[in-house]
Design a binder for this molecule. Sequence first.
Ligand SMILES: Cc1cc2nc3c(=O)[nH]c(=O)nc-3n(C[C@H](O)[C@H](O)[C@H](O)COP(=O)(O)OP(=O)(O)OC[C@H]3O[C@@H](n4cnc5c(N)ncnc54)[C@H](O)[C@@H]3O)c2cc1C
Length: 509
Amino acid sequence: MANVVKYLSNMKIIVYFCTNKLLKLKKVVIIGSGFSSLASACYMAKAGYEVVVLEKNEQLGGRASLMEIDGFRFDMGPSWYWMPDVFERFFADFGKKVSDYYQLEKLSPAYRVVFGENDYIDIEDSPEKIVQTFENIEKGSGKHLRNFMNGAQENYRIAMQNLVYNPGISLLELLSVESAKRLNLFVKNISQQVRANIKNPKLRSILEFPVLFLGAKPNKTPAFYNFMNHADFGLGTWYPKGGFNAVALGMVKLAKELGVQFFVNEEVTEINFTENQVKNVKTKHGIYEADVFISGADYAHTEKLLHKNRNYSENYWQKKTFAPSSFLYYVAFNRKVQHLLHHNLFFDTDFEEHAKEIYDTKVLPKKPLFYANFSSKTDDSLSPEGKEIGFFLIPVAVDLEDNEEIHEQYFQLILDRIKKCTGEDLSDAILFKKSFGVTDFKERYHSCRGNAYGLANTLLQTSVLRPSIKNKILKNFFYTGQLTVPGPGVPPALISGKVVTDYILKRGV
Ligand SMILES: Cc1cc2nc3c(=O)[nH]c(=O)nc-3n(C[C@H](O)[C@H](O)[C@H](O)COP(=O)(O)OP(=O)(O)OC[C@H]3O[C@@H](n4cnc5c(N)ncnc54)[C@H](O)[C@@H]3O)c2cc1C
């Protein structure tokens, strides 16, 4: 007995039921602090729950972590702020505005797509300007683009009003007159749709780019998802001052105002249950009891902790189409970069080949596309005066084995391609760099197979066909985040947090 007492005190057991009982508040424990967890924490707190968030890493925000070195401030994950309406709607649910928590700037131009030596297209900040750009490159394409964008805008409206805020529990959710009218858009893919009228390969690849955020090849993504083109051209590319981490911190601030308690360096290592209820979760510092549990940590990782009560087998996760993993580089430059913008996509190689290497053959890519970001071009606060931060991303297959040496080879490839396409040699301007890859995704985020941003939105991984938000056996255990509904990306993560909370509150636990 004495041993047990000693063990318990050594473990600094944190048991919250006392406050819980005194105040008669129901309690929820949320695993992870990514955007989905932060959103569900806010909604659960607003509904009157006592909320505790447990985060494995040293900071809050999940993939939107901040790496700060010698006055250089790198966003470690997301950098494209799209669908500002989703963020506005989130804060409005709490009687607040985005501007109460962080400041936004619309980027103009939105981004640059590089196709070769001094060969690039800048995407401007309004649909009319973009139509003009298309028309200048391919006569007649402006008209097609306008039609395409009208359809995309309508799909966006339907998706936001009728589809993405559903829990993905019943097929009935998909039945509405408007969605029924669009069934053909689920059968057709986005590639077929784009290629029907636009002939220029550069314009085609620009129109296929937005669905890459959904994690699958354009020819595997239903045409209905062209609503992402409305997000791109119609709603524009925005920048949150201070970087994407500022968005996460804004949500943390709101959550704290609502009474949410956060614990970092607090990895959940065990989930303990009785027959059909989770009782508590364990970390190395203690045990947390609650009435309801929500995991915003990687779904497949969470499942491992549930043992016989998991929803899906290991084999299920092996068969799923994951969004790519990535090689990432965070680079400090001792001067400003001259010939590129804030966001730059290097589409100067064959995307078909690269896509095959990511999704089919799953090998290291020969000539990958990549993304280069210099957000200190917009925001002085991210780097010391006169200097620049660079963030580079190469999408790669999940499950690849990688190491520093491999990362270095691909970094050289990036520098060579930037030099070839823009004439600018950045190799002599590097102060320091850090790389991050497949293995790091597994270690830092417990990411299944090293995925960078979840489970792709293919036809067979949409809505009710995605991993369920509820555990089928444990009545008080739920899931949120990029592996469940509605899908990958920051706006869907926010929506996922709302969806799971609405479901819990409606159903009652
Ligand atoms: C490099 C990169 C670039 C991206 N770019 C964009 C972009 O430009 N725009 C965009 O909209 N989206 C982008 N995304 C996708 C977007 O960041 C994610 O879809 C979104 O942030 C996922 O949020 P989440 O809440 O589902 O999960 P996460 O952010 O992964 O949060 C899960 C959290 O759970 C924690 N956790 C795991 N296991 C445990 C445990 N056992 N105990 C406690 N905590 C645990 C993890 O540490 C993590 O903090 C990008 C992602 C990456 C990686």
